[in-house]
Design a binder for this molecule. Structure first.
Ligand code: FE2
Ligand code: FE2
Length: 255
């Protein structure tokens, strides 16, 4: 079983990158199951229903998200009706949607869990407590986690703590792919951040000039998605017949 996890899909350039290259990646790597983080899919923030449908049509099995998932109000109208769009499980008890679910594909049960970090992020419930509860109750054969967090140490620590209890933990949110993919000592695949699927010539997906203006002057500045050539970021997790993790291979495709 091969699971492809794709990093934050950002606006139209990110969607086009998937449309152009996903079918080939799936074919070449013999991918069974596709997970993509969609928190930035609609104009850089949020998940409009038409873009959820777009991903469904592309054959994406599960969509994870993060801090931007509710920035586009349209999502409130449908998130409770779709079992394959996750929001971070530890966002607190009062937000709609779910953060973990089990799916069946090619004869395997696969749990996907979406968590959010707490370092340099908005307040959230304890991600360790949330994942401990899920792991304790889990009956699925395979379990992979998207940990949406800013700080690399926070991601490495939680991966080390859950090593051997889950098949993989990969980070999202920074939009910058790290090169530290590894199998931890007890068998969990780990990568600090998958990176972004969107415009290459940008500041993490947004137009460069607007970000510079805000950083340099401190004045309010409206960030628009950058236009131009794209990149596609992700990783392939390989799972063996008795559900052990065999490997993790990073994907960075630049036009
Ligand atoms: Fe993001
Ligand atoms: Fe994020």
């Amino acid at each position: 079983m091969k699971i492809l996890m794709i990093g934050d899909v950002y606006s139209s350039v990110g969607r086009e990158m998937l449309q152009k290259y996903l079918p080939n990646i799936v074919k070449e790597h013999h991918i069974d199951f596709v997970i993509a983080n969609v928190e930035n899919i609609s104009h850089g923030k949020g998940v409009q229903h038409k873009h959820y449908e777009f991903m469904q049509e592309l054959g994406v099995d599960v969509m994870t998200s993060g801090n931007h998932v509710f920035k586009n109000k349209g999502v409130f109208e449908y998130i409770d009706d779709v079992p394959n769009l996750l929001r971070p499980v530890n966002m607190g008890p009062y937000v709609p949607g779910v953060g973990t679910n089990v799916y069946t594909k090619n004869g395997k049960t696969i749990r996907v869990t979406n968590l959010i970090g707490r370092v340099f992020m908005d307040p959230a419930d304890n991600p360790y407590q949330a994942l401990e509860e899920i792991v304790a109750q889990n009956t699925a054969e395979i379990h992979v986690v998207d940990f949406h967090a800013e700080a690399s140490a926070e991601k490495a620590a939680i991966a080390a703590y859950f090593d051997g209890q889950i098949n993989a933990l990969v980070g999202t949110h920074t939009h910058v792919q790290t090169a530290d993919e590894t199998i931890l000592p007890k068998g969990t695949a780990f990568l600090t951040d998958l990176g972004m699927t969107g415009c290459y010539e940008s500041i993490i997906g947004a137009e460069i000039e607007a970000v510079i203006k805000k950083e340099r002057t401190g004045l309010p500045s409206r960030f628009e998605p950058a236009e131009g050539k794209g990149q596609l970021c992700g990783a392939v997790i390989e799972i063996g017949t008795n559900n052990q993790t065999l490997g993790i291979e990073r994907i960075f495709l630049k036009e």
